[in-house]
Ligand binder design. Structure first.
Ligand code: PLP
Length: 712
């Protein structure tokens, strides 16, 4: 199989490598590469919304020709290209012994979402960014892994908020030709099309490839002529439609995904499921072994030895349960092909606590020998939640381990911060950023330098917000109150809280408005005011989530709140890149223990934005007493909102506001900068994707590869 080279026919030979760079997301986490595209043409870089593929395709040949003769540009070009080539040439993986097979990937990582860059909108939230960061880190560590996911041409939700605060979805269609993806073609030179095995009526999938540094990601696409209209739409959008469409998506991802790897000649020995959506891929693994002549029990054992499953949430909506008749409709032929009867098959996915349907998480937990939650606390919660699946285990002594999430440091460190760190941290710090001793040197950064860098980022964020509000005003001519709600009155000298994530109800975006009079006093304080920026999308079918969003927009429009509450539309990767390092405090107040990990707080902390967070998920491990603020450790049954809201008010009034506004003579909040430094120090190594991937390798992958016979 080959991958079509998306051709950039207008590129002069001297700078032809730009095409290579544009087609590999390596550029997205290397500032020097991004700078190269920016140097090529600042305005077009901006207009393409930082999409080099689109930019190169639209650039007039004479501009490219001029660049190919510009000495300064060429010097930078040669430098970046040699860095890229050097990176791509590395073949060994020190983590997996020297004899690890490296010509083809041996670990297949399945995920329904991948959040890699805003030009590839295949994510809804945290799960997707975790998967995207995971691939980038596997590339950096050179783990022989391949990703499998979906190419959703319509993405998730493109959000617009109407004048009455209601979330609306606007039509969006990805231009496949102007993104860093390429269609995979077969040996005969036509687009590769794979039929999902066993399932009737037949479904076909086309395949796209994204190069994430050294790691390939294959994306399935059902929008092709071979499918009838009903099937063409399977992969149109993320998490949309009814249960049956959802089931059909998961069949395509799991069973189709396994078939695609086969067609590509990728003989993966180990499977890692990022959440249960792709768990049907394990059926293919069982079927293969049965076809080789093993008994069902032996096949299941073999599959278990080489399967890793990561569960990501205790929230019920995060676990798909398909009614048995629906499963029967699609799988009756499949269980025949496994030599199983209906009962035995359905039993594999039955949760004894709730035997109403086929539970994808129960199924994945049964068939994976290695399983984990995404923080220490979540590991405990998951064991309690699922202990009935194992008759011999108590709730305390379950088989679900814990590997705490982390974020890809090169992606989430702000480039200006990175430059500052380059100046004061040991040389090569980014290459060994999971070494905690490196981060001790954060104390060497002079307070005023860190503060100045930070203020610059805050102003940049507010400029971005106000420019968006201005466009809504001047181009869309929205009502003035919506311009104010969009953040037109935000002030960079004011203490700023940020709250941005999916608008799932358990995240309680509106908690801080519980006692709005008390909050207003803080917002409108003449000398030490407060402002809050909100962003996030509700799932299109989540009516309660949309109502919370509406409540916040209504407040943001209300003069009583003095223009100090803003709601910014269409939260995604691009805006997150401004928001997580441009606010002063990152607010997080879900109902515990629902937040399995949370990662946006890590992104903020890494850049010196401390968290004010309930003790749940990562913050139970991350909070040290001096790197942010914590509340909510007392167990409360029933409605805890009053207690939690009061705790938030008290911390803001008594600790955050006084500390923030207590500045030295030259305007530096010295005590505050100390908290910022502690936040950076304590995040950089431990809450990095590097520490996380290494844990997966050491705890799971090494063992599983030995069992598979691929890594003796
Ligand atoms: C990191 C990230 C998330 C995840 O945030 P949580 O804190 O885990 O809820 C969601 N959306 C975007 C755009 C992100 O970058």
């Amino acid at each position: 199989m080959k991958v079509t080279n998306t051709i950039f026919p207008t590129l002069p030979q001297r700078i032809a490598g730009l095409g290579e760079l544009a087609e590999n997301l390596w550029w997205s986490w290397h500032p020097a590469a991004r700078m190269l595209f920016k140097m090529l043409n600042r305005r077009r870089w901006k207009e393409s919304i930082h999409n080099p593929d689109k930019m190169l395709k639209e650039m007039p040949p004479e501009q490219l020709l001029a660049a190919s003769r510009d000495e300064e540009f060429l010097a930078h070009y040669d430098d970046v290209l040699s860095q890229f080539r050097e990176y791509m040439a590395v073949k060994t993986c020190s983590l997996l012994h020297n004899n690890c097979p490296h010509d083809t990937p041996v670990i297949a990582y399945f995920s329904a979402e991948f959040g890699l860059h805003h030009s590839l909108p295949f994510y809804a939230g945290g799960l997707g960014f975790l998967a995207g960061d995971y691939l980038k880190e596997c590339s950096d560590l050179n783990i022989p892994l391949v990703g499998v996911g979906f190419m959703y041409p319509e993405g998730y939700v493109s959000q617009r908020v109407s004048a009455d605060g209601w979330q609306e979805s606007v039509q969006f269609k990805l231009d496949r030709e102007a993104a860093s993806i390429s269609r995979v073609i077969d040996n005969a030179g036509s687009p590769l099309v794979v039929r999902v095995p066993v399932i009737e009526p037949p479904i076909h999938v086309a395949v796209w490839k994204v190069s994430v540094g050294r790691v390939p990601l294959y994306l399935l696409d059902t929008d092709i002529e071979e499918n009838d209209p009903w099937n063409r739409g399977i992969s149109a959008r993320l998490y949309a439609g009814d249960l049956e469409l959802r089931l059909r998506q998961e069949i395509v991802l799991g069973i189709g995904g396994a078939e695609v790897l086969q067609a590509l000649g990728i003989e993966h020995a180990v499977v890692h499921l990022n959440e249960g959506h792709a768990a049907f891929s394990l059926l293919e693994r069982v079927r293969d072994r049965i076809l080789q002549g093993l008994s069902l029990e032996d096949s299941l054992d073999k599959v278990r030895e080489t399967t890793i499953f990561t569960t990501h949430t205790p929230v019920p909506a995060g676990h798909d349960i398909f009614p048995f008749p629906l499963i029967e409709k699609y799988f009756s032929k499949f269980w025949d092909s496994l030599g199983l009867d209906r009962e035995t098959f359905l039993q594999l996915g039955t949760n004894p606590d709730e035997p109403l349907g086929f539970n994808m998480t129960a199924f994945a937990l049964r068939l994976a020998g290695y399983k984990n939650g995404v923080s220490q606390k979540h590991g405990e919660v998951a064991n309690r939640m699922w202990h009935n699946l194992w008759s011999d285990k108590s709730a305390e002594d379950g088989p679900i381990e814990a590997i705490t999430n982390g974020v890809h440091v090169p992606t989430w460190i702000e480039p200006k911060m990175e430059l500052l760190f380059n100046k004061y941290l040991p040389y090569g710090w980014l290459e060994r950023h999971d070494d905690p001793s490196i981060w001790e040197k954060i104390d060497n950064i002079p307070d005023e330098e860190l503060w100045k860098t930070y203020v610059w980022l805050k102003i940049k964020l507010l400029n971005v917000i106000r420019e968006r509000a201005r466009q809504r005003w001047s181009i869309d001519q929205v009502n003035p109150s919506m311009v104010i709600a969009g953040g037109a009155m935000l002030d960079p000298s004011v203490l700023t809280l940020g709250f941005a994530r999916r608008f799932a109800t358990y995240k309680r975006a509106d908690l801080i408005f519980l006692d709005s009079e008390r909050l207003k006093k803080m917002l409108k304080n003449r000398w030490k005011p407060l402002q809050i920026i909100f962003a996030g999308k509700a799932h299109p079918d989540d009516h309660p989530g949309k109502m919370i969003l509406q409540k916040i927009v209504t407040i943001a429009k209300d003069p009583e709140f003095a223009g100090r509450i803003a709601f910014v539309e269409d939260y995604g990767e691009q805006f997150a890149q401004y928001l997580v390092h441009g606010v002063d405090v990152w607010l997080n107040n879900p109902i515990p223990p629902m937040e399995a990990s949370g990662t946006s707080g890590m992104k903020a902390s890494l850049n010196g934005v401390p968290s004010l967070s309930i003790l749940d998920g990562w913050w139970l491990e991350g909070f040290s007493g001096n790197n942010g603020w914590a509340f909510g450790d007392e167990p409360i049954t029933g409605d805890r909102s009053l207690v939690d809201a009061n705790a938030i008010y008290e911390i803001i009034e008594q600790q955050i506001i006084p500390l923030y506004y207590d500045t030295s003579e030259d305007g530096i909040p010295v005590g505050w900068v100390k908290v910022m430094k502690n936040a950076i120090k304590q995040t950089g190594s431990h809450f990095s994707a590097r520490r996380m991937v290494k844990e997966y390798v050491q705890k799971f992958y090494s063992q599983a590869l030995v069992s598979s016979g691929k890594n003796p």
